[in-house]
Ligand binder design. Structure first.
Ligand code: PNS
Length: 166
């Protein structure tokens, strides 16, 4: 956007795996930011059992966005606000699908505000066709042999098939 001060946005999450809903949020972010770092957490706030390793998740996200040099996936450990600072970013992006997301997202945004007031959280709403979509549902449906090809991009689909032996 501005040549003197590029806007770097951080889109954090577990991305286990990245869905088309996540991709939609990433693309919306690029309407307001010059660069997007998709930040894959080693430490999520809610404890989860992951299907893919952090390295696998970073690798596949970089594949999904291989044609867009503005997007880069990286793993991060520790506090998100520290990672954002290290990346020279003051902008954290999250997606809001439904009212059920709201409480958790408010808590995280306000905690991050307490930790580093200079960092803002910006929420994007995904396309309505992705409003029901989540990584956990994709994992569940795929592990039970369901077709998830509408919900994830081809690199993610092939990793799911490899991992689940389907
Ligand atoms: O996609 P998720 O699992 O809802 O993402 C949650 C994530 C990774 C954004 C959140 O757990 C996080 O920011 N973790 C890093 C640790 C941290 O900074 N915690 C304090 C802020 S609440």
């Amino acid at each position: 956007m501005s040549p003197s001060s590029p806007i770097v946005a951080i889109y954090p999450g577990s991305f286990d795996p990245m869905t088309k809903g996540h991709e939609d949020i990433a693309r919306r972010t690029l309407r307001v930011a010059d660069k997007l770092v998709v930040a894959v957490a080693y430490t999520a706030t809610q404890q989860k059992r992951n299907l893919f390793t952090v390295e696998e998740r970073v690798g596949v996200i970089n594949e999904v966005f291989a044609s867009d040099e503005r997007v880069e996936a990286r793993a991060f450990e520790g506090l998100l606000v520290d990672f954002a600072r290290d990346m020279g970013s003051r902008l954290v992006i999250r997606g809001l699908r439904a009212i059920s997301d709201f409480e958790y997202e408010m808590q995280m945004a306000q905690m991050n505000q307490e930790l580093r007031p200079e960092i803002e959280t910006l929420f994007f709403v995904p396309e309505v066709e992705y409003s029901f979509l989540s990584s956990s549902l994709v994992r569940q449906v795929a592990s039970l042999g369901g077709d998830v090809s509408r919900f994830v991009s081809p690199p993610v689909l092939s990793r799911l098939k490899e991992k689940l032996g389907t």
